[in-house]
Structure formats: structure tokens, C-alpha cells
Design a protein around this ligand. Structure first.
Ligand SMILES: [Zn+2]
Length: 234
């Protein structure tokens, strides 16, 4: 009786606030979470985690000594991935980040790649002004989803973004680099010593933000670094 009352309550809630796929807006069935099965199968996977010579690794060659770098999806300006990222960044749909993290983690575990052996997952922090404006850091949820499945701890308390770099749009890469060189600060240095740290972000485009963040850590604490992002626009 209790169970059916619960189910009726759930049905009413579904009518009022329908459970829709974050990538295509189709109704989700009972056994689907956040992204429908059809989208799960059609979202453009990069499989970059399987290659050391993928476009993200190449982007960082000569810039950062990374153990590995990969993205789950290819970022296209229109379509399902764009819709997912929009939901995550601008529609308060933080469940997208967590779900994508879980799905990606499962793929990484299936393929037994180096990321699954990491010690710590760190989301790229937002400047406090940006955080106040959005109310949350979208990368935290991606980190949380990865962490749950990979059984690797994550933390958003160890790094801080101390300079707001929003004004960098329109500058070229080198100017941006000069601008972001000291924008991140380590809050707890002991946490990084001799660790394999995975830095995570939502989308990688120029790689400058990730590079600046990585540089802040790697130069001082001899840790190994990897990078994972939800999508790659490279
Ligand atoms: Zn869908």
C-alpha cells in the first residue's frame, strides 16, 4: 500500500515536473537517469583515453608533462553535447555533471586506463565572483560522478582561483597565458605531494586554463598529473 502510494506520488510529480532527457528533451523511462538510452548510444564519444597521441595530449605537448589527457565527448556547437553542456552550465542541471562522470568512469574502468589508478580528483575551481553568480561549479559535479564510480576521492577545497580571468575573451593564446599564469593558488600543499592528481573541467578549448592550473601544482609538489574533461572542442 505504502509502495503504491509512493508510486502514485511519483507519477503525479512526473506529470507536474516531467523527467526529461538533458540531451534531447525526450521523456525518461523508469530505468533511465538524466540521459536517455538513445542519447547515451548516439553521443559522440572521443575514445581519447585509449591513445597517448590524441588531440588533447598533442595540444599540451611541450607545455605540460601530462601522464594522460582525455575527454568523454566531442563538443559540437549544435546538437546533444551542446544541449548537455548548456543544461549543466546555465540551467542548474547539476545532475548532468554527475551522471556524465559516472558514465565516463564506467568506460575508463572497462578499458583499465591509467586514470583509474589516480589518488585524487580535483575540479578546476571558479573564481568566487563567478561561483556566486552561477551558484555552483559545474566541474564539481563531474568530479563527484567520476569519484563515486572510480572510488577515488575528490576535493574542491585544495585549489583556489584568485584572479577572475573572464575578461580574457578576444585575446590570443599567449596573451591569455600571461594573464592566467598566477590565477590559481594551492590551499593545502601537502595534499599533492607524490600523488597522481586528475584535474577535471567541463570543456577543453585552448587548454590555457587547465595549463595554468596544472602549472600551479606540478612545479612545486612533483605530483603526476592527468586531465579529464566532459567535452573537447579541440
Ligand atoms: Zn535523449
Amino acid at each position: 500500500m505504502y509502495q503504491s502510494a509512493k508510486m502514485i506520488q511519483k507519477d503525479i510529480l512526473n506529470l507536474l515536473y516531467p523527467n526529461l532527457c538533458a540531451a534531447c528533451n525526450a521523456y525518461l523511462s523508469e530505468n533511465e537517469q538524466v540521459i536517455c538510452i538513445s542519447c547515451e548510444l548516439r553521443l559522440p564519444l572521443t575514445h581519447y583515453h585509449l591513445s597517448q597521441e590524441n588531440p588533447i595530449m598533442k595540444k599540451f605537448w611541450g607545455r605540460l608533462p601530462l601522464l594522460h589527457a582525455a575527454s568523454f565527448y566531442l563538443f559540437l556547437k549544435t546538437g546533444r553535447v551542446q544541449q548537455l553542456m548548456h543544461q549543466l552550465k546555465y540551467r542548474n542541471n547539476t545532475m548532468v555533471g554527475e551522471r556524465v562522470g559516472q558514465l565516463y568512469a564506467q568506460q575508463l574502468l572497462n578499458d583499465e586506463v591509467v586514470f583509474t589508478q589516480a589518488d585524487l580528483i580535483i575540479p578546476i575551481p571558479l573564481h568566487y565572483k563567478k561561483l556566486r553568480q552561477r551558484g555552483y561549479n559545474q566541474s564539481d559535479y563531474f568530479a563527484k560522478g567520476l569519484s563515486e564510480k572510480l572510488k577515488i576521492p575528490w576535493s574542491n577545497l585544495l585549489l583556489e582561483k584568485v584572479v577572475n580571468t573572464d575578461s580574457q575573451t578576444g585575446k590570443n593564446r599567449i596573451q591569455r597565458w600571461e594573464n592566467v599564469e598566477n590565477v590559481f593558488k594551492v590551499k593545502e600543499s601537502n595534499a599533492f605531494i607524490d600523488k597522481h592528481v586528475v584535474l577535471v573541467d567541463d570543456v577543453v578549448t585552448t587548454g590555457s586554463t587547465l595549463e595554468a592550473c596544472a602549472y600551479t601544482i606540478i612545479n612545486k609538489w612533483q605530483c603526476k598529473l592527468s586531465v579529464l574533461t566532459i567535452a573537447s572542442a579541440i
